[in-house]
Design a protein around this ligand. Structure first.
Ligand code: GRF
Length: 225
């Protein structure tokens, strides 16, 4: 028995001893292949978590489509839609609280998370980045630009990082990292594909690691809304 386990009511109403499944909010701006990897691992019974809501700043995001297909709440929420940065921030916070979110997962989310949300979810927001942070992170290092910079610098290795989110882009402490080789004939596209394949394993693994470690910390089980 580990302290990451606790008593929960099973579907049949009986009390059983089961690990806590974190409720996730996934924020994504684009194609959402990382979101899909998380959904697939959950559906396969390999990841004990539940995606409660998918939020995108982009109404056309394929990530929202993927959520709808999976029967998950899909919400388009942006500063433009909210009308102001303050309303955006308070609306986002309300959404996360409404869905009783334990962990916020940024999976290709192209915006900074508002300070109020970072503060309220301190230590409970993670981001996946397609490089070995702290290298090739921060403002300007997004999408294909990351892989172009890695190749231009003649790096022999790149990879993916899952890190905790603070108020700066790609800055918080590293939760998990995995390396991939950079091959002599790599283009930014071939490198992106190799890194992305690793991301699809790393993100579910990092969520599982968070889940295992989070509940062990004193007071965190009570944080559950
Ligand atoms: C990934 O490379 C991720 O590391 C970065 O944005 C990309 C999102 O890809 N932050 P997808 O939308 O999950 O396919």
């Amino acid at each position: 028995m580990s302290s990451s386990d606790c008593y929960m009511t099973a579907k049949d109403g009986s009390m059983g001893f089961q690990p806590m499944r974190p409720r996730l909010a996934v924020l994504a701006s684009g194609s959402g292949t990382n979101l899909q990897a998380v959904l697939d691992q959950i559906a396969a019974g390999k990841l004990a978590a539940d995606v409660a809501v998918v939020i995108s700043n982009n109404s056309d995001s394929v990530a929202l489509e993927r959520a709808r297909k999976a029967g998950i709440a899909a919400v388009h929420w942006s500063e433009k839609k909210a009308g102001s940065p303050v309303q955006f921030s308070s609306g986002l916070l309300e959404l996360l609280q409404h869905h009783r979110i334990d962990l916020v997962v940024l999976a290709g989310y192209m915006k900074l998370v508002p300070h109020e949300v970072v503060r309220a979810f301190h230590g409970r927001i993670i981001n996946i980045h397609p490089a070995l942070l702290p290298k090739y992170g921060g403002p300007g290092f997004y999408g294909m630009r990351v892989h172009e910079a890695v190749i231009a610098a003649g790096e022999k290795q790149s990879g993916a990082t899952v890190h905790f989110v603070d108020a700066e882009y790609d800055h918080g402490s590293v939760l998990m990292q995995r390396e991939v080789p950079v091959l002599p004939d790599d283009t930014p596209e071939t490198l992106r594909d190799r890194v992305l394949a690793v991301e699809h394993e790393l993100l579910p693994a990092a969520i599982a690691k968070f889940a295992k470690e989070f509940w062990k910390q004193p007071g965190n089980q009570e944080k559950r809304q």
